[in-house]
Design a protein around this ligand. Structure first.
Ligand SMILES: C[C@H](O)[C@H](O)[C@H]1CNC2=NC(N)=NC(=O)C2=N1
Length: 84
């Protein structure tokens, strides 16, 4: 499987993963808020953990049990939101 630029495929092809770092917690949380609004719009939601200025994502389609086109599109949208 080809992952979008900057993303890697988890062992076993079950998910796309990527970490983002920001200047501080406020920047990271603002980014997460934009991701949340997008996720609601497309009805596809990322798993994530957040530690201060870092956000780690794991994208998978629960109904399909692995990576689908929806995860690839969500990964591309998250990357775009991180850059501005
Ligand atoms: C009813 C609704 O469409 C589903 O629960 C959606 C919501 N968001 C989702 N997000 C993700 N990542 N996987 C899903 O299978 C999924 N299912």
């Amino acid at each position: 499987m080809d992952a979008p630029e900057g993303w890697t495929v988890e062992e076993g092809d079950k998910a796309l993963i990527r970490s983002f770092r920001f200047a501080d917690f406020s920047e990271a949380f603002g980014f997460l808020t934009r991701v949340a609004l997008h996720a609601e719009q497309v009805d596809h939601h990322p798993e994530f953990t957040s530690v201060w200025n870092r956000v780690d994502f794991r994208l998978t389609s629960h109904d399909a049990g692995g990576v689908t086109e929806r995860d690839i599109r969500l990964a591309e949208a998250i990357s775009a939101l991180a850059n501005g």
